[in-house]
Design a binder for this molecule. Structure first.
Ligand code: FES
Length: 112
């Protein structure tokens, strides 16, 4: 039998509310159904929302979004990732996983 969790990750998953996202322009959910997710943006520009798996691909620290640099930066060894998850500065070598995002009524959803 195939695992139900694999199927679940291919559906839109609610990770939070629009109010939470809009408060700081970021929503970090450590234990979402698709893993650790960091959504960046606000509902005012919903089509520009970005979402990545916030677990650094180097050694697993949690990356932070830096608006002024337009990058995700890892606090542990200073790896830098672009909006689309691509590595811009090592030591990480693998891009951050990215997710599709959408807002529906007052909820924020991501999908692999
Ligand atoms: Fe992120 Fe090392 S754990 S750069």
């Amino acid at each position: 039998a195939s695992s139900t969790s694999a199927a679940a990750t291919q559906k839109w998953q609610k990770v939070g509310t629009v109010a939470e996202l809009d408060k700081t322009g970021q929503l970090l959910v450590a234990d979402s159904p698709v893993g650790a997710v960091l959504v960046v943006g606000t509902s005012k520009a919903a089509k520009d929302l970005i979402a990545v798996n916030s677990t650094c691909t180097h050694k697993g620290c949690t990356v932070a979004w830096k608006t002024n640099k337009n990058q995700f930066v890892c606090p542990c060894h200073d790896a830098e990732f672009a909006r689309d998850g691509k590595v811009q500065e090592g030591p990480a070598e693998t891009p951050l996983k990215t997710y599709l995002t959408k807002i529906e009524s007052d909820s924020v959803f991501v999908k692999q």
